[in-house]
Design a protein around this ligand. Structure first.
Ligand code: ZN
Length: 146
């Protein structure tokens, strides 16, 4: 496993109407956060989540044109295709308090969102294609270094 050192914590509110995935990536790019963790709560105007079908090795999408609460968003920051990339999963709640969730995909639009991003120092983890799963995972070499 990689040993990381907390460097700085960012806290703030996302603008109304932005794409949640794109805005999280942008915040990390602008603040040069290449390694870290993300958490958020708030609400979205609509949601687009992914579910990875392990046999098909492809994402299926859950799309909801619905106002929903972000009960929890948890994610990490690493490098994908040379840029900081946020991999986040979220749990959403509807008007009846029922929850569902998945992998955050572009197309999830913010109504209000409070975010905390923790920046870690150390050699950034890089995502590369993993043959076994078909996913862009962290490379083995990064995990085996101390
Ligand atoms: Zn995921």
């Amino acid at each position: 496993m990689l040993s990381v050192t907390p460097e700085k914590t960012y806290m703030g509110r996302l603008p109304y109407g932005v794409d949640l995935q794109e805005e999280l990536n942008r915040i990390c790019r602008v603040n040069k956060i290449k390694l870290g963790r993300v958490e958020a709560i708030g609400a979205v105007k609509k949601a687009r989540l992914g579910y990875y079908d392990q046999s098909d090795r492809s994402y299926r999408f859950v799309e909801r044109e619905q106002r929903l609460e972000i009960l929890n968003l948890t994610g990490n920051v690493s490098i994908k295709d040379g840029e900081p990339f946020v991999h986040a999963h979220l749990t959403l709640g509807d008007h009846a308090g029922l929850a569902f969730g998945g992998h955050l995909m572009p197309g999830t639009i913010v109504f209000a969102c409070e975010v905390i991003v923790q920046k870690y120092g150390g050699k950034p983890l890089e995502r590369g294609f993993d043959e076994q799963t078909g996913l862009p995972l962290w490379s083995d070499s990064a995990l085996s270094s101390s």
